[in-house]
Design a protein around this ligand. Sequence first.
Ligand code: HEM
Length: 390
Amino acid sequence: MTFFDEIKTYVGFADADADALAALRPLVSPRFASFSEHFYEVILRHPRAAAAITGGDAQVDRLKQSLVTWMETGLAGPHDEAFYERRERIGRMHVAIGLPQEFMFTAMNVVRLDFQHALDELAAPDARATRDAIDKLFDLELAIMLRHYQRDSEAKLVQRERNVLADRFIAMQTLTAGLAHEVRNPLNAANLQLELLERRLRRAVDDDRLLEPARLVHHEIQRLTQLLNEFLDFARPAELVANDHDLVAIARHVIELERPIADARGVTVELHVTADRVLAWIDPTRIGQILINLIENALEAVGTGGRVELRIAGAIGGGVVLTVADNGGGIPPDVLARIYEPFFSTKEGGTGLGMAIVHSLVELHGGTIDVTTGPTGTEVTVRVPPAPST
Ligand code: HEM
């Protein structure tokens, strides 16, 4: 059932209503010009509504004519899908020009009342049924027009959430970069001094008991350095070295790297591609990093006997879609809400930077990332847009 069919059923708009409207049309249409005059008179009296009209008298004249046609076609029908599509375009236009939503209701009421007053004066064959038909029609018109407002506010909400996340990210990246750079220099110096100490110890006394603590410190410093490198990966200033690369080749390489880990855990990893080569405008190292992080997460999410799939496909309109799916137990809602948050981790020993790095690298490509998850598994979808046109 289409949206239009659904709302027609809801308001009870039937053939009898269409017939009543068609019968009314010749009686009321001589008044359309004056309804239209009145309609724009009211708009022009209200500064916030009038602000939407930027083209002066010429635009108002054109709009008056459009409204007459709107009334004619509304009564004439047929009220089919083609009708719906034409009406939908009007709604889209109002949203595009930034007309506040409340004027849809108020303006519709202006026409509605004009029709009702006319009906009082005209000897319509069945006044009650005609009045009902008009009401139903205008409610349908409103429902269609408002649909775009809803879509628009949903899109804005998503955008706002993305912006908030992006701002938080930038703050975290700045902090991390500053800290990591500050720590790196003394850490390097300590490492060098330690190597010196080890060498001198070995030369002076060949005693394993003395060397062992130095070796342990060395190991800890290595761990710290690795952690620091991860921080820097997350915080590195954004610079994309993109070109046309074959995503399938990169994916195969990543899967070969991850295979031993998967085998050790008893997890199968499969690659599904729609073509032998899928060219995309990407930074191969960064895309490789994205895939590694996503696959490693997926491997950790499934138990022995689990399955991880990497799918690669060209996208409609250009660009590519890559999906990493697992059949693990899903991500709980409280964790899902925080997965891109730097330093948020539910894993023992995790830095909490894996998904934050993925997020910032996807953003770097101008792409988007979506996660769907449930008790039967998780799917992470990354969309990378086509090369920017130069
Ligand atoms: C019952 C409510 C309304 C109806 C039925 C209606 C109808 C229409 C129609 C038929 C069009 C032409 C679309 C096209 O060219 O494809 C249009 C466009 C437009 N409407 Fe409305 N409208 C309504 C409310 C309003 C209100 C309250 C304003 C306030 C200023 C407004 C301002 C405009 C503007 C600025 C355009 C752009 C037209 C252009 O210059 O091309 N509309 N509307």
